[in-house]
Design a protein. Structure first.
Length: 207
C-alpha cells in the first residue's frame, strides 16, 4: 500500500512538471505589520543600517556589502545582499535607498528581486506599528520558472522571513537599551535554516 501511494505521488509530480508552466505572474505583493515596543527613532536606527543586518537578522541576511554610501541620510545608498528564507535557496539582489528617516524608508530593488519596498513607522503609545509594503517581480530563474507550481510556498517563505525579522528586531532593541555589561544576556536572534548552504554561498562570493 505504501509503495502504491508513493507511485501515485510520483505520477502526480511527473504530470504536473511535464505539463509545463501555467500562465501565472511572477509578481508578488506583500504587506507586513510589525508591532514593536519602541520609538520610531529606535526602529529606524536599526533598519537604516544595512551593514548590521547579518548580525541582528541572521536568519535572512547572510551577507551585505555597501557599494555606494549615497548622500545625506543614506539617500542614494546602494547595497548588495545575499539573503534567504526558510526554503533552501538564496537570493542575490541589491537595493538603492530612496528616502529614510523616523517616518520610514523606501528602496528600489534589482537583481533576483525587482521592485520596490516601503517601510512606514507609526507611533502608537509605547509601541511602533511598522508597515512594510513589498512589491516585487521574482527574477531568479528558479522562482520565475516555478512560480506557477510553488507560488504558495514562495509566499510562505517570505512570511517566515518577516516573522523572524520581527522577533529579531525586538531582541535587538532590547539589547541596545541595556548597558554593555547586560546586553550579552539578551538571547541571540534566530539563525538561518540550512546553515551549510548559507555558509557555502558566502564562501563562493567573489570579493
Amino acid at each position: 500500500m505504501l509503495r502504491l501511494g508513493a507511485q501515485v505521488t510520483h505520477n502526480i509530480w511527473v504530470t504536473l512538471l511535464a505539463s509545463g508552466p501555467r500562465p501565472v505572474s511572477n509578481q508578488y505583493h506583500f504587506i507586513t505589520r510589525w508591532r514593536i515596543q519602541a520609538t520610531r527613532d529606535e526602529v529606524a536606527a536599526v533598519l537604516e543600517d544595512p551593514r548590521d543586518l547579518p548580525r541582528w537578522w541572521p536568519s535572512v541576511y547572510l551577507d551585505v556589502r555597501v557599494l555606494n554610501e549615497g548622500g545625506a541620510g543614506g539617500v542614494g545608498r546602494v547595497v548588495e545582499l545575499l539573503t534567504k528564507g526558510w526554503l533552501p535557496y538564496t537570493i542575490r539582489w541589491r537595493f538603492t535607498t530612496r528616502n529614510a528617516g523616523a517616518d520610514g524608508l523606501a528602496l528600489v530593488a534589482e537583481g533576483d528581486f525587482r521592485g520596490t519596498g516601503t517601510w512606514v513607522f507609526k507611533q502608537d503609545g509605547e509601541f511602533v506599528n511598522a508597515y512594510y509594503d513589498w512589491r516585487i517581480a521574482a527574477e531568479k530563474p528558479l522562482l520565475r520558472r516555478m512560480t506557477w507550481l510553488l507560488r504558495p510556498a514562495f509566499s510562505a517563505n517570505h512570511r517566515w522571513a518577516m516573522r523572524k525579522g520581527e522577533e529579531s528586531l525586538r531582541l535587538e532593541i532590547e539589547r541596545r537599551r541595556l548597558p554593555a555589561s547586560e546586553a550579552a544576556n539578551v538571547p541571540a536572534p534566530p539563525g538561518p535554516t540550512f546553515a551549510w548552504l548559507a555558509g557555502r554561498r558566502r564562501a563562493s562570493r567573489t570579493p
